[in-house]
Design a protein around this ligand. Structure first.
Ligand code: TYD
Length: 215
C-alpha cells in the first residue's frame, strides 16, 4: 500500500526551481520525513546515461520522446515506486509535465503519442496512472527566464533554444496546469527569491502535504 508523497517541480529553464527544491527538502526534513531528492531525466544509473544523450546528442523528436520515457520507466521502477511504498517523500526535479511542455510544446511533437507513452510508462498494477500528488510549477515570463539563463553556464540542447521555443514550452505547461488544476500549485517565479520560497512553502501547507509550522 502506498503511503508516501510524490511532488514534482516544473518550469522553463531559468525559472529558478532548483534553488527552491532545497528549501522544500529542508522543510520536510524538519518534520522528520525521510526524503528522496531526485530528477528527470535521470535518478538511476541508466536514466542518467539517457539524460546525457537527450541533453547533448542530436536526435529526432520521436527518439527524444522515447528516451525521456525510457529514463522515466527505469526511474519509476527503481527509485520512485519503492520509495513511495516505504512511505517516503519523493521530490522530483521535473516529471512528465516537462515532456508535454518540451517535447510536446517546444518541439511540437504529437501529444497523443505522448499520452500513449504516459499510459504505458506510468501504469500501476491496479490500472491507475502514477502522477505526482502535487506539481509545483514555477511560472515565469520567458523573456525574464532568458535573461537569467544568459548569465549562466554552457547551454545544453534545450537551454540553447531561442525564446520562441520557451514561449511554446510555457504555453504547454499552462495547458497541462489548466487541464489538471487540482494537481498544480502555480508559483509566480519572477518575484524576489525569498517571496518565491515563501510562496512554495505556503502552497505545500495549503495542499496539506506539509504541516504549517515548517513554513
Ligand atoms: P534541468 O531540469 O533544467 O536541469 P539543470 O538545472 O541541471 O539544467 O534540465 C533538464 C532539461 O531536460 C530541461 O531543459 C528540460 C529537459 N527535459 C525535457 O526536454 N523533457 C523531459 O521529459 C524532461 C524531464 C526534461
Amino acid at each position: 500500500m502506498q503511503t508516501g508523497i510524490f511532488i514534482s517541480f516544473e518550469g522553463i529553464d531559468g525559472a529558478g526551481k532548483s534553488s527552491h527544491l532545497q528549501a522544500v527538502a529542508d522543510a520536510f526534513r524538519l518534520q522528520g520525513k525521510t526524503l528522496v531528492q531526485t530528477r528527470e531525466p535521470g535518478g538511476t544509473a541508466l536514466a542518467e546515461k539517457l539524460r546525457e544523450l537527450v541533453l547533448h546528442d542530436a536526435m529526432d523528436p520521436l527518439c527524444e520522446a522515447l528516451l525521456v520515457f525510457a529514463a522515466r520507466r527505469d526511474h519509476l521502477q527503481q527509485v520512485i515506486e519503492p520509495a513511495l511504498a516505504r512511505g517516503e517523500v519523493v521530490l522530483c526535479d521535473r516529471f512528465t509535465d516537462a515532456t508535454f511542455a518540451y517535447q510536446g510544446g517546444g518541439r511540437g511533437f504529437d501529444l497523443q503519442v505522448l499520452s500513449q507513452l504516459e499510459q504505458w510508462v506510468q501504469a500501476l498494477p491496479d490500472g491507475r496512472l502514477r502522477q505526482p500528488d502535487l506539481t509545483v510549477w514555477f511560472e515565469i515570463n520567458p523573456a525574464v527566464a532568458a535573461q537569467r539563463l544568459a548569465a549562466a553556464r554552457v547551454p545544453d540542447r534545450f537551454e540553447s533554444q531561442p525564446q520562441t521555443f520557451f514561449q511554446l514550452v510555457h504555453e504547454a505547461y499552462e495547458a497541462r496546469a489548466r487541464a489538471e488544476a487540482q494537481r498544480f500549485a502555480r508559483i509566480a517565479a519572477d518575484a524576489p527569491m525569498e517571496a518565491v520560497r515563501q510562496a512554495v512553502l505556503n502552497a505545500l501547507s495549503a495542499s496539506g502535504l506539509l504541516q504549517a509550522e515548517a513554513t
